[in-house]
Design a protein. Structure first.
Length: 78
């Protein structure tokens, strides 16, 4: 039941007959919304122009290699 506040990361708890359910905020999954989604796992950044992807709360940031720019490091400026 929701009295024990089982849902994590700001999720909304709803009492059920045989327990509870959690409605997760964007960026979280799991029965109790305990797991943060790594937005970099699906490789959103341009691989040719990206040095690395940084996972943030419900978003990501592409760190571009020298000579590349853009939100996903998609533009070659050389």
């Amino acid at each position: 039941d929701c009295a024990s506040e089982p849902c994590q990361n700001g999720a909304t708890c709803t009492d059920q007959i045989d327990g509870f359910t959690c409605k997760c905020r964007p960026g979280f999954v799991g029965l109790q919304c305990e797991t943060a989604i790594d937005e970099c796992l699906n490789e959103p950044c341009n691989p040719a122009g990206t040095e690395r992807c940084i996972d943030l709360d419900n978003k990501y940031k592409c760190v571009c290699r020298e000579g590349f720019t853009g939100e996903m490091c998609e533009t070659n400026i050389d």
